[in-house]
Ligand binder design. Structure first.
Ligand code: PLP
Length: 543
């Protein structure tokens, strides 16, 4: 016992000396390096180094966090989890807070900073004056609307860069608070942690990268990793599969738009590293059976990621309003992470989403580090290098401004409109609602084969509506937003007229989007269809 702790002590000292040697990059660099490399091969040493590194980093971060704090504040333990305010905070209060936050940031016009921002001599300056005058503590401000508030926050932080978490402490606070508010909303506890990304796709890419790297570490025997998902999962997962070399295994869905769970289980192999589900999926607004997927995951020792990009900022309120919502978040034990878009039902500015993990151990696999660059030690939590401050600040403003009561009020209004629309459309001969959509979205399909939904879409577009065409089966997607409140009757009556005209043969699908969809649907070789899509994008993005 004695002997072991002595040995531990010596080893620890050598490691610390080695680390210091590396840090100082001095003469015995080489010796220190090889000592560390050798020691790392001894059993137990890896953990010991881990402990030493963690304690070093912890005290460094603590000192950063405490910059500018009073001794009393410093004495406080870790802050409690930041949650959405119960009542939305008025915009004038948030604007004052923004002025304070802005004052904490480095002013690029001081000429004292040499990285991160690329402003011109007169950029930002006018704004700073404006911000400080307008939002100074003495001024009485008028409450502005949500959109104006977001623009002000976006504008005020438009040049700030979240690339380096030490450079702009207010941005770091905005980001960690946004993630924390989102995590709490999804029933994560104080261990839940994550990142603010540029959108749902980036959140999803990061989750897949995380689980791929986690599997590499924990299951090095798996050479060809796979993940399982219903066919209705968002194409961003397909993109992630493609970028990160993880094979996507699809499970078909039935008439209810949900996966067949027997087939889901069969799709799991020894190479599976991750199970997936959506809450809800975009196509039909149906929530996958996350609890059943979680049961499978727990049985097989696998993690589950839930794509709540669409529903993350809506389902919690729909559930609180008393509508039936299947459990999909951290309350389900197998769920290890979720993605949720702020730039959808979070009502933030475009370019914002969160990816949240159950604990920091999983999130570590997301972080990229590179210590070999002559430009300095490099670390980055997500895909982007430079991370624009505008949408981070605007996200924070959106969540604080709406608060729980604001989100509830919007959800209540949108659910009423959605229910009215679904009930109206269900009564139209020839049309139906696909599956059992849970929240503020649905897909209109044909209830009998004489109704060509592509022709219905064309007839609706003749009336000025813009229709979202879907396939397998052909349908029209509708996401409901505040601007749809009040148009319900018109929409239902136009659908009724369109369906009747298509049913009677008076209207057929026309050249254009519908014809293209119709033509491509008849090509059995999907690789060929992919070629057509690539050709289309190549052509349309040319001047
Ligand atoms: C929108 C959406 C995504 C992708 O998000 P982007 O912000 O468009 O990148 C992923 N999953 C679902 C269910 C979505 O609705």
């Amino acid at each position: 016992m004695e002997w072991f702790s002595l040995l531990e002590h010596i080893v620890f000292t050598v490691i610390v000396a080695g680390l210091v040697g590396i840090w100082l990059n001095e003469g015995w660099h080489g010796i220190a390096r090889s000592t560390v490399v050798f020691l790392k091969t001894l059993p137990g040493i890896q953990q010991l180094i881990g402990v030493a590194v963690k304690s070093e980093v912890d005290s460094f971060v603590k000192s950063l966090r405490e910059e500018g704090k009073t001794p009393k504040e410093k004495a406080k333990k870790r802050k409690p989890m930041v949650t959405l305010p119960k009542k939305g905070i008025p915009s004038d209060e948030l604007r004052k807070e923004m002025a304070v936050a802005k004052r904490c940031e480095q002013d690029s016009h001081s000429g004292k900073i040499f990285a991160m921002v690329y402003t011109m001599e007169d950029d930002n300056f006018e704004l700073q004056e404006e911000v400080f005058d307008m939002f100074s503590d003495k001024t009485i401000l008028n409450d502005v609307d949500h959109d104006t508030l977001l623009k002000e926050f976006h504008h005020a932080f438009m040049h700030e860069n979240a690339l380096n978490p030490m450079f702009y402490p207010s941005l770091r606070r905005f980001e960690t608070e946004v993630v924390s508010m989102g995590a709490a909303m999804l029933h994560g506890d104080e261990n839940a942690t994550g990142s603010l990304t540029s959108g749902g796709t980036e959140s999803i890419l990061m989750a897949i990268k995380t689980y791929r790297d986690r599997a590499r570490k924990l299951h090095p025997g798996i050479k060809d990793p796979e993940m399982v998902a219903p066919i209705t999962i968002h194409p961003a997962f397909e993109k992630a599969a493609h970028y990160f070399n993880v094979k996507m295994v699809h499970v078909p869905v039935g008439k209810d738009c949900k996966p067949d769970m027997a087939k889901y289980e069969k799709a799991i192999t020894a190479n599976t590293i991750l199970l997936l589900g959506s809450a809800p999926h975009y196509c039909h607004g149906v929530v996958d059976p996350i609890e059943e997927i979680s049961d499978l995951a727990l049985k097989r020792g696998l993690p589950v990621h839930v794509d709540a990009c669409f529903g993350g900022f809506m389902l919690p309120w729909v559930e609180k309003l008393g509508y039936p919502v299947p459990k999909f978040d951290f309350r389900v034990p197998g769920v290890m992470s979720l993605s949720a878009d702020i730039h959808k039902y979070g009502y933030g500015a475009k370019g914002a989403s969160i990816v949240v993990y159950r604990n920091p151990e999983i999130r570590k696999y997301q972080i990229f580090a590179y210590a070999g660059w002559p430009g300095g030690l490099f670390g980055s939590p997500s895909m982007a290098g430079t991370r624009p401050g505008g949408h981070i600040a605007a996200s924070w403003a959106a969540l604080k401004h709406l608060g729980e009561d604001g989100y509830m009020e919007k959800a209540k209004m949108l659910m009423a409109t959605t229910e009215k629309l679904k009930n109206g459309i269900k009564k139209i001969p020839g049309l139906c609602i696909l599956g059992d959509p849970v929240m503020t979205c649905f897909a209109v399909g044909a209830s009998d084969s004489s109704v060509d939904m592509l022709a219905v879409a064309d007839a609706m577009e003749d009336k000025g509506w813009k229709m979202e065409r879907q396939q397998f089966p052909t349908s029209i997607h509708c996401s409901i937003l505040p601007q749809h409140v009040g148009v319900e009757d018109q929409l239902i009556s136009d659908f009724k007229e369109a369906a009747a005209k298509v049913k009677s043969g008076e209207v057929k699908s026309k050249p254009g989007a519908s014809a293209m969809y119709g033509m491509l649907a008849n090509i059995p070789d999907k690789a060929l269809v992919n070629d057509v899509i690539v050709e289309f994008f190549s052509e349309i993005y040319r001047n």
